[in-house]
Design a protein around this ligand. Structure first.
Ligand code: G4P
Length: 527
């Protein structure tokens, strides 16, 4: 039987971060191919199509050709167990993405060789940095004309203030792409040998070997020697500790589309990326090797199957050996929950999770008991920290076409808020709900889902508020005085926490000045 330390050492839980179009979907597909999780390229898209065909609540996803839901895919390669958490690429859904990043131990940053760092790459990188998540960089699309590799590295280093260490290096680019050179193994990987599903093995080839000139041409060989000498002179050797603390990123070059350099990337993740890391809680740090089972919910997805109003909580196991049927304490309510039908997500299927180890992601079906940020624990009362709710950047009042259906609307809005799609505020005066989101597109998703899943026609109209801040203050009397002085701007979130809805940044500045003892926060940790 696998011991807990063995199982932990074999797990790699990671996400891919990128700007839309950099090649995340294509790379995911190719990674799964190595894991034998799918047989044919195109299956990630095909799987998407199937899912969309089954449940058309994400009609909007189909219409706009974007992916808005994050999912998890697990696969095995070279004796290691990889859990790949997909993150939505569209910037409007960044909140979901942020939370997904709380559940990973490392990330792969995919860049388009022609574009370098783009806005969304940068935003997601910043989130990883907040949590010191180690980052592996993959420069994609080297089969197309791209920018000079040294230029790219320079841009990454400067804009992200991140040290880099190239572990592979392209030999030419675009039409002149001959291959990549593996700087650790001193091997050449030839591009022309990479066709369809055929993935060439690297050829042992020290740089000074004259056969290199025959393989890639004298000019390309000379350029490679020169560039490698520059890299070896300028970049310090790869430092595992600096990588694992989030300060240095190994860089791989390749083409996801042509499945070139992807195996080297995957092997790199396996070799370098950390196994499940200790996780912070409000009491102490939990080590994955602790025997008692603990973990947290980072995502809820409701109505995945419209025929059974199911609700899946995505749960990251942080310590201990989980066994199906186990009773875990739901720390927020203090109640015990028997986890009888947890599932693993494989590329195309779900499978009952009989046993799980730290780093694994299980789906726990439930009827609304589990919320984002909830901790489950076999013994102690601990709450995992750092799973934030962000202040919404756009607020709208909900308009219901049929006022008789107010109760159903409330249920729908609460369900979606629980899923983390939106935030819901109930003004202390007045009767209509205010919905807050981080990006405009979310309103379309909400209206669409309210219609298709709950049969309600609702719309959104302007609310006189620009942003929201959670209100914190020890002095309850002062809070009361503050609320009374600002009645028309006060609301509660769905947990009853007090929120100040600000008309604009000026009003926010003014109340901060008037009530210096009150703290206004743009994030709220959920529990
Ligand atoms: P995303 O998930 O990050 O948004 O990117 P995705 O994988 O969907 O890739 C975006 C586009 O870039 C796709 O082309 C894809 O085929 C292409 N692409 C991805 N990796 C590579 C690569 O290594 N080399 C080249 N040349 N192209 C690459 P598309 O035309 O938008 O879509 P499709 O018609 O191919 O599906």
């Amino acid at each position: 039987m696998t011991t807990l330390p063995e199982a932990v050492s074999l797990r790699r839980t990671f996400a891919i971060i990128s700007h839309p179009d950099a090649g995340k979907t294509t790379l995911t597909e190719k990674l799964l191919l190595f894991g034998g999780a799918i047989q044919m390229a195109g299956a990630v898209r095909a799987r998407g199509e199937q899912r969309r065909a089954r449940s058309d609540w994400m009609a909007i996803e189909r219409e706009r050709g974007i992916s808005v839901t994050a999912s998890v895919m697990s696969f095995e390669h070279s004796g290691l167990f990889f859990n790949l958490l997909d993150t939505p690429g569209h910037e409007d859904f960044s909140e979901d993405t942020y939370r997904t990043l709380t559940a990973v131990d490392s990330a792969v940053m995919v860049l388009d060789a022609a574009k370098g760092i783009e806005t969304q790459t940068r935003k997601l990188f910043e989130v990883c940095r907040l949590r010191d998540v180690p980052i592996v960089t993959f420069v994609n699309k080297v089969d197309r004309e791209g920018r000079e590799p040294f230029d790219l590295l320079d841009e990454i280093e400067k804009t992200l203030a991140l040290d880099l260490c190239p572990l592979t290096w392209p030999i030419g680019m675009g039409r002149d792409l001959k291959g990549v050179y593996d700087l650790t193994a001193d091997q050449v990987l030839l591009f022309e040998q990479s066709r369809g599903d055929h993935i060439p093995e690297g050829i042992d080839m020290p740089l000074e070997d004259s056969r290199l000139d025959e393989l890639v041409g004298a000019d390309a060989a000379a350029k490679l020697r020169e560039e490698v000498a520059l890299i070896r002179g300028a970049c310090p050797p790869f430092d595992l500790d600096a990588f694992r603390s989030g300060n240095l990123s190994p860089v791989f070059f390749g083409s996801a589309l042509r499945n070139f350099g992807v195996r080297e990337l995957l092997n790199g993740i396996g070799r370098l990326s950390p196994p499940p890391r200790p996780q912070p809680t409000d009491v102490r740090t939990i080590d994955p090797l602790e025997e008692k089972v603990t973990g947290f919910v980072f995502k809820i997805q409701a109505n995945m199957d419209p025929n059974h109003r199911d609700r899946i909580a995505f749960f990251r196991l942080c310590s201990g050996r989980f066994q199906r049927g186990m009773k875990l304490k739901h720390v927020r309510s203090g109640k015990l929950m028997a986890i009888v039908n947890p599932v693993f997500f494989l590329a195309r299927d779900r499978e009952l999770a009989e046993e799980a180890f730290p780093g694994d992601i299980m789906g726990i079906p439930n009827h609304g008991t589990l919320r984002i940020g909830d901790s489950l624990s076999e013994s102690e009362d601990i709450r995992f920290t750092g799973i934030p709710s962000f202040a919404p950047e756009i607020l709208r009042r909900v308009r219901l076409d049929d006022p008789m259906k107010a109760k159903q609307l409330r249920k729908a809005l609460e369900d979606l808020a629980e899923e983390g799609v939106s935030q819901l505020f109930k003004p202390l005066s007045g009767s209509s709900w205010i919905v807050g989101v981080v990006g405009q597109l979310q309103f379309d998703v909400i209206a669409n889902r309210i219609d298709s899943e709950y049969g309600l026609k609702a719309g959104f109209e302007d609310a006189p508020f620009e942003t929201a801040r959670w209100v914190h203050c020890e002095d309850k009397l002062l809070v009361k005085r503050f609320a009374e002085a600002n009645t028309s701007s006060m609301a509660e979130d769905r947990d009853g926490a007090l929120v100040f809805l600000a008309r604009n940044s000026w009003t926010l500045g003014r109340v901060q000045q008037d009530f210096p003892e009150v703290r206004f926060s743009a994030t709220r940790e959920q529990y």
